[in-house]
Design a protein around this ligand. Structure first.
Ligand SMILES: Cc1cc2nc3c(=O)[nH]c(=O)nc-3n(C[C@H](O)[C@H](O)[C@H](O)COP(=O)(O)OP(=O)(O)OC[C@H]3O[C@@H](n4cnc5c(N)ncnc54)[C@H](O)[C@@H]3O)c2cc1C
Length: 395
């Protein structure tokens, strides 16, 4: 019986699993370091404390069909293509006929001094919860010391993730202020970014709307400014600007999983430039999907931005491609049509593009939640949608 090994139970991995589980004549093994799936697209809400982790997670076992799938909780250490094996950190080795690598993203420090030591990252549920706990602790510290540095938050990076985090932090300000026993306006939120245009994936008009909205609610932008170094509580830019805060959150960009580099694959920022059917250029048995893959959009000549939407489609495609191969057939090359790109700037506001139309404000936030719910539906199905009460968008 054909053995398919899936690494990672994120968007791409679980979408592949759901597709393969429709065919019981396959032996599937799924590996993840956690026993739960998390919606990475909502990590900023957990970091800010506007959502508990339980609202964006569900047990992986709930989507595993034990008739054909075996779930292994473990840390993937290395892929050994020449032996068709994957090694876990506990020494276990798992074999495969086909491998789907869906290990997702990690924060990228771009080698900037002090980032790893002094910045908080938002890569997964544990790191998002660590931000939430840190913010709470800083509010308590303020009460004890009256030192305003404890009330300051710096977000490094004003891309999609940084923007969504800024919106959530503004939403969280009242609750944080209650803990610190201050006026919400005393909690200062700064954002440093090097880009010429804020949110360059959108039109200048739409970007200006987002920035104005965040500024009006209290974010102070420092841009375009390139961060040169970070020390304990200090961000230094290359024009000499120094910003201080007891909380510095790093959201300047991501790369693919370090397992790619550790396994010796040739990649750029741990992303493999895959073939048209999403396989490794040197190995037809290994598929790279989601944030560990790099695919160029033929219509624009640019790589598709790494998103949950793209990951879901890649996961589904890889599973179908394996099934087609098993049946002696060939699939058409992978193509992706985005449903739209919408960034939230708080719980009830957003901005983005849906088809040819620009959307903003409350309607955009509604569309954003609909897109997120579709992703939940595609990994967890109706059961998870209902258990998360997602039909009610603004409960
Ligand atoms: C705050 C934020 C907001 C975002 N908003 C949007 C949005 O609005 N729309 C959108 O489309 N995209 C958004 N994204 C991007 C999106 O979340 C990613 O593109 C998507 O999560 C990638 O999916 P994936 O399946 O490749 O990997 P992931 O979702 O990262 O899943 C990877 C899985 O692999 C597991 N794993 C990783 N390493 C190991 C290991 N060594 N051993 C075992 N298991 C491992 C992890 O536990 C995880 O379950 C956002 C991202 C962030 C951080």
């Amino acid at each position: 019986m054909m053995e398919v090994l899936i690494l990672g139970a994120g968007y791409a991995g679980l979408r592949a699993l759901r597709e393969l589980q429709l065919h019981h004549d396959i032996k599937i093994t799924l590996v993840d370091r956690n026993n739960y799936h998390y919606e990475a697209t909502n990590l900023h809400e957990v970091a800010a404390g506007t959502q508990p982790a339980e609202a964006i997670t569900y047990p992986i076992e709930e989507v595993v069909n034990h008739k054909c799938t075996h779930f292994v909780q473990g840390e993937v250490e290395k892929i050994l293509p020449e032996k068709q094996l994957v090694r876990l950190s506990d020494g276990q080795e798992l074999s495969y006929d086909y491998l789907i690598v869906a290990l997702g993203f990690e924060s990228e420090s771009f080698g900037i001094e002090g980032v790893t030591e002094y910045c908080l990252k938002m890569d997964d549920v544990d790191s998002a919860e660590a931000i939430q706990h840190h913010l709470h602790a800083m509010m308590i510290k303020y009460q004890e010391t009256n030192n305003p540095e404890y009330l300051k938050i710096i977000v490094a990076g004003a891309g999609f993730t940084g923007t969504e985090l800024l919106g959530a932090l503004l939403d969280a300000r009242e609750k944080l202020a209650e803990t610190a026993k201050v006026n919400p306006n005393q909690i200062e939120i700064f954002c440093v970014d090097s880009g010429k245009q804020y949110l360059p994936m959108f039109s200048e008009k739409l970007s200006a709307y987002g920035m104005k909205h965040l500024e009006e609610r209290g974010v102070k932008f420092f841009r375009p400014k390139r961060i040169q170094a970070v020390t304990d509580g200090v961000v230094t830019c290359d024009d000499g600007t120094e910003l201080t805060a007891k909380t510095i959150i790093w959201t300047t960009g991501v790369s693919g999983s370090h397992v790619i580099k550790d396994s010796g694959f040739s990649a750029k920022r741990n992303r493999i430039a895959v073939k048209a059917n999403l396989t490794d250029p040197d190995d037809d048995k290994i598929y790279f999907v989601g944030d560990v893959a790099f695919v160029v959009d033929d219509t624009t000549g640019k790589p598709y931005p790494t998103t949950a939407q793209l990951s879901l489609k890649m996961g589904q495609y890889a599973a179908k491609d394996i099934l087609a191969k098993a049946a002696g057939k060939k699939q058409a090359p992978f193509v992706f049509h985005s449903l739209g790109t919408v960034a939230s700037i708080g719980n009830t506001d957003a901005l983005g593009i849906v088809g040819p139309a620009e959307v903003k404000g409350y309607p955009a936030s509604f569309i954003k939640k609909a897109i997120m719910d579709r992703s939940l539906m595609e990994t967890g199905g109706v059961k998870e949608m209902l258990s998360k009460g997602r039909a009610d968008f603004y409960h």
